[in-house]
Design a binder for this molecule. Sequence first.
Ligand SMILES: Cc1cc2nc3c(=O)[nH]c(=O)nc-3n(C[C@H](O)[C@H](O)[C@H](O)COP(=O)(O)OP(=O)(O)OC[C@H]3O[C@@H](n4cnc5c(N)ncnc54)[C@H](O)[C@@H]3O)c2cc1C
Length: 390
Amino acid sequence: MGAGVFADEQLEVLELVRSLARERIAPRAAAIDASHEFPWDIVELFREHELFALLFDERYGGTGTGTLLMLATIEEIAKACATSALILTVQELGALALKLAGTEEQRERYLPQLASGERLAAYALTEAGSGSDSAAMLTRAVRDGDDYVLDGQKRFITNAGVAGLYTVFAKTDPAAGHGGITCFLVEAEMPGFEVLRLEPKMGISGSTTGELSFDGVRVPVANRIGAEGEGFRIAMRVLDRSRPGVAAQALGIAQGATDYALEYARTRETMGKPIGEHELIAAKLADMETQCEAARGLLYRFGQLVDSGVEEAALTKPSAQAKLFCSDVAMRVTTDAVQILGGYGYIREYPVERMMRDAKITQIYEGTNEIQRLVIAREMLRAATSRASA
Ligand SMILES: Cc1cc2nc3c(=O)[nH]c(=O)nc-3n(C[C@H](O)[C@H](O)[C@H](O)COP(=O)(O)OP(=O)(O)OC[C@H]3O[C@@H](n4cnc5c(N)ncnc54)[C@H](O)[C@@H]3O)c2cc1C
């Protein structure tokens, strides 16, 4: 997909991204996976070619080219390396609270550093006992003069230790449930902030996933995003906009695996012909490609909705649908790609086993797919109720 969806200037950007992915990122993907080290060279590549700028408005140093192009860029990079694509996905995730609910002063202070890639961002909502259930968080923020004092821990935070700016959610009123959560910007240099440990994991191995500790961290009131108690609402607005970034990562993984399996099926012969000509393999390839195209339809529709300026409330369902469908497709398609390669599919030398491991997280983070289904059904019921009472 490309012509008809993108304007000529957008296609030029995508062509550049495609060639970077092919020539600079794909050759690094296996080593990034094996080393479990954060790929600073890829961050440098993104800085050099101003890819971080694709996420931001012109007045903050961005390109102002919109959401659809950003999603297609993440997709292209994920075809080659899911860890590298996640660098852009999380830069957007970590910046969104500022973009959507920050004051002009806060935006001017931080967004240009994120648009250049000088600072990486992170989003810290999850805790040990609070993943799907955000209201159960324990991290506290207590007002003290011109500061808030933050105490607590966050778990499974992407970009832990490499980010310079963390969007952190903490309770200012523990008795108030969702309504007691407030959003803050925490700089990595603030005293009392520490990364306790990084988690070894199944996939996206070059990305850091860590435990953050806040031990009496003094955060100026000027770094509070929105009002006290508005944090949960901000967190959900952010996720409505960021989940399609995960969908784009998932779709890229799925298409990358499909492309690899196709080439393999074209050249590997059994019983006197390429395996792609055996009907059972041909059917798998057809299903893989069709699922990717269908996923792309949902993803690009979301990008077009944002770029056309629809009201925020209209984004919740299509965002969850894109995340749910693209990530389920990624898991199915990468599993089939491994099957098409037979024994070679299971071996580290071939990229599809990495793609299958990388695909799994897209069904889990930024809200598990069970939670996406709950969100979609809730939106359906809400719309049906309002139609019935109209
Ligand atoms: C690699 C990685 C990176 C991550 N990055 C970040 C990050 O940058 N920032 C951040 O804040 N978090 C991050 N997370 C956390 C992630 O978003 C959570 O792990 C996820 O939301 C699930 O929360 P949980 O692990 O506590 O599972 P739980 O909420 O305990 O869920 C366990 C199971 O129960 C299901 N479940 C829970 N509630 C319901 C329900 N009401 N109905 C039906 N099923 C339900 C879930 O779907 C899941 O299958 C990351 C996690 C990982 C593994």
